[in-house]
Design a protein. Structure first.
Ligand code: UGA
Length: 389
């Protein structure tokens, strides 16, 4: 099987490439605009990596689609900060560029694995029901599980630009479905539910740009740099965190499927057992950090609440809760997520801590080098051995 992954060097793509190399004999071609997250895989005999931007190198993308059996489309920005601050960029990349790929796969008769999002479900119906219309008991027993072919999609007003990502991806899935229905496109749409793992996101203290990572990287930043852990609007939103190894096991099996079982289907991929509020997440990460990684001396973060409009910008609104029904993945490909919340956080936090230590060691070595060469270039104050550095 020849598999092409567009956007192979993001968080999910880098783990998926690794899984496919380890669990199949497929020939893999991957493209991206930065190879950092797949650098450890370059040189593998069945992986060809191309530095290519789908926005400008249309002929390259066309050729890769023509040459592959299965096309995996991972091209997207998926950061709530960008939905609020750069909504047009989100639409242009996540919808306009993706639609071209879908049309080509449809015209060329290629199987398409399209990355969508759990965010297409938007808010739960329960979040719209006023307190006075429902008893607390009925509320606590209400079924808000998100089911691929049954659940309605609920988003906020246009001025709340957070939803542009949700509706861009929703329309993309609707168009893919129509291509399947009218023109026989063979596709699977993947709806990730808060995947977490090594390489997920950058630490904001180490990057000087407009973007902001997802919550686990924000909290890790606070733990490592002693800044505040900020709970947006009190941190009452609920998420189901899913370990990346569980996730790519499922996506990999769908990608390799040749039975037709997974054709023209959307899949929720998430771990319904790992539901917690953002506030609980902060306390859990603080506990694990203290138990496993803290040196007993550095300043530990405070946990504080901040308004969403201050943290993200005026166009922010939140998804209140996302619980996936994963029975389709279970029944069609025998998949079951295995990683508990504690285990996946420990593993992910360990990777952040290791990167942090390696970075600090590199910075310290560079500082020594700089100090030494500055001393060496000062002819009035020669340092012994400086010339050899
Ligand atoms: C994002 C994307 O929009 C989804 O498409 C994607 O599927 C999802 O990440 C994912 O990782 O799978 P979201 O869960 O809202 O969705 O992203 P986060 O940035 O991780 O935020 C999670 C929750 O934490 C939100 O309620 C947010 O307000 C809160 N948060 C975030 C904080 O309380 N503090 C922070 O420092 C950062």
């Amino acid at each position: 099987m020849r598999i092409c992954l567009l956007g192979c060097a993001g968080f999910i793509g880098s783990h998926l490439v690794e899984w496919l190399l380890n669990n199949s004999d497929a020939e893999i071609t991957g493209t991206d605009i930065d190879d950092q997250k797949v650098r450890h895989l370059l040189g593998h005999p069945r992986l060809t990596y191309l530095h290519s931007d789908i926005r400008s190198e249309v002929e390259v993308t066309d050729r890769l689609i023509a040459e592959c059996d299965v096309l995996v489309d991972l091209i997207a920005v998926a950061s709530p900060t960008l939905y609020v601050r750069n909504p047009l960029e989100v639409f242009e990349l996540d919808f306009m560029e993706n639609i071209k790929i879908i049309e080509k796969c449809s015209a060329m008769g290629k199987r398409l694995i399209q990355f969508s999002t759990c965010e297409i479900y938007g808010r739960t119906w329960l979040s719209l029901v006023p307190d006075e219309l429902m008893t607390p008991e009925a509320r606590s027993q209400a079924d808000v599980t998100m089911r691929e072919s049954q659940t309605n999609m609920i988003v906020g007003p246009i001025e709340k630009s957070r939803w542009i990502y949700s509706v861009s991806k929703q329309l993309l899935e609707r168009v893919i479905h129509a291509h399947g229905q009218d023109r026989g496109l063979d596709y699977a749409a993947i709806r990730p539910f808060n995947f977490v793992g090594p390489r997920i996101d950058f630490l904001p203290s180490e990057r000087n740009n407009d973007d902001s990572p997802r919550v686990v990287a924000h909290f890790m930043n606070a733990l490592l740099y002693g800044t505040d852990m900020k709970l947006v609007d009190g941190g009452q939103a609920l998420r189901c965190y899913t370990y990346i190894d569980d996730a790519v096991e499922c996506i990999g099996r769908i990608t390799l499927d040749t039975t037709g079982r997974t054709s023209r289907q959307a899949f929720n991929i998430g771990n319904p057992e790992n539901e917690c509020s953002v506030e609980e997440l902060a306390h859990t990460m603080l506990r694990i950090y203290k138990e496993k990684f803290w040196d007993g001396q550095t300043v530990l973060p405070r946990i504080i609440s901040v308004p969403g409009a201050e943290f993200y910008g005026e166009g922010y609104e939140d998804c209140d809760r996302r619980v996936p029904d994963v029975s389709k993945a279970r029944e069609l490909i025998g998949w079951e997520p295995k990683w508990s919340l504690d285990a996946l956080l420990t593993e992910t936090m360990g990777a952040f801590v290791a990167d942090f230590k390696a970075r600090n060691a590199t910075l310290a070595a560079q500082a020594v080098l700089t100090a030494s060469s500055a001393g060496g270039s000062d002819s009035t104050n020669p340092q012994p051995g400086a010339a050899t550095l």
